[in-house]
Ligand binder design. Structure first.
Ligand SMILES: [Zn+2]
Length: 111
């Protein structure tokens, strides 16, 4: 199992720690483990001009669409639901199961 899979998960809130979007927070919508990149809701919005396209049998009308660009995993930290700090994730064993813990407050981060 890749590193990214065992740590960040869909639905986690993360904070961008570097670059143009530094400080932005949002929910992880999807993870690409092969590329180690995430899509975060409302973060790294890009606009593109859309011509008429066919998509899954639907025709989308032309115009400007907004979409979230992916961000590399190394540019974000999880926002701990317990202490509300952007933190690194540690792994601890509890009752034989691996759980994620916040390295700042040491509390378990629920999935
Ligand atoms: Zn914490």
């Amino acid at each position: 199992m890749s590193n990214i899979r065992s740590k960040l998960k869909r639905g986690d809130t993360v904070e961008v720690i570097t670059g143009r979007e530094k400080g932005a927070r949002g929910e992880v919508l999807s993870i690409d483990p092969k590329k180690s990149r995430l899509i975060i809701q409302g973060v790294a919005l890009r606009k593109k001009h859309q011509r008429k396209i066919q998509s899954g049998g639907r025709t989308m009308s032309p115009g400007i669409i907004e979409f979230e660009a992916s961000i590399h995993i190394s540019n974000v930290l999880i926002v701990c639901p317990n202490c509300d700090e952007a933190s690194r994730i540690g792994i601890r064993r509890e009752n034989g199961e691996r759980v994620r813990v916040c390295k700042k407050c040491q509390e378990v981060i629920e999935d």
